[in-house]
Design a protein around this ligand. Sequence first.
Ligand code: UDP
Ligand code: MG
Length: 309
Amino acid sequence: MKTTYSVVAPIYNEIDNLPQLYKRIQHVMGAKREAWELILVDDGSTDGSTEAIRDLAKKDRHVRPVIFARNFGHQIAITAGWDYSRGDAVITIDGDLQDPPEAIPELVRMWKQGYDVVYAVRSEREGESWFKKFTAALFYRVIYRITDVKIPVDSGDFRLMDRKVVNVLKQMRERHRFPRGMSAWVGFRQIGVAYKRSPRYAGVTKYPFRRMLLLALNAITSFSYFPLQVATYFGFFSAGIAILAIPIVVYLRMAGIPQFTGQATTLIAVLFLGGIQLISLGVLGEYIGRLYDEAKGRPLYVVQESPSD
Ligand code: UDP
Ligand code: MG
């Protein structure tokens, strides 16, 4: 039978979420009378999620497990799900039930109306710290301003994509990836659907602040040269000040007006410019490091066990 829907969920140590996740997705998709599959990508779990996924696959042929050889990260796990998906529509959903499977029919409805990417926009987020909400809100707004791709504000990875979009994404093999941005980059007809983001069903977040920062960095460097350009702007700015200052200093000296003495001024100027230069070097380094990673051209992930067809 031809697969119409592929639901892709990345799983990293979600043992207490898996039964409920399966149950709710099975309930929603089973009601559809169309073919579907659930691709569970095990991203190097160490809490027994791997065995739980295998068991689910044994019990229900809709479940297709992709088991990584180690932890490769959320974004890469989603990518593997896309790679193995066979459906005409591919739905990416978090494995911790923060994205309610019950919202899938609404995504499907918009797809049937002819939209190629239907992304879910969080109208509310429950059970997350104000710090997470604040940094997330800030992040989406900064990204929106400085990147060339208009990534929808407050949309996560929860979305439905048409087969033709997924086929384009499968050709985009960049290592440092930001799936939400990539699916916006592709184009076609896109639309957002509002949903209420639930608290995590069980377990803890796998995104501590450090990882969130890294994701933000990936998002910015993948879609924008802005940080590199900032160095140029600063360069012009300081050079401009110097050019203005030269005639002033010459004039003060010729007029015999006592001018700046002491080392403080010099020290401040040196430290300021030195700081800017080091920061610019760091920014350059971020881009070069990513360039190096891409140049190595390693596979994005290593699969220990792939689903049989
Ligand atoms: N995840 C993953 N690999 C990782 C980290 C997370 O596959 O290295 C999965 C995780 O199991 C979950 C989803 O990605 O299904 C979202 O992660 P999480 O809920 O921890 O992020 P948050 O919702 O707190 O931003
Ligand atoms: Mg979560």
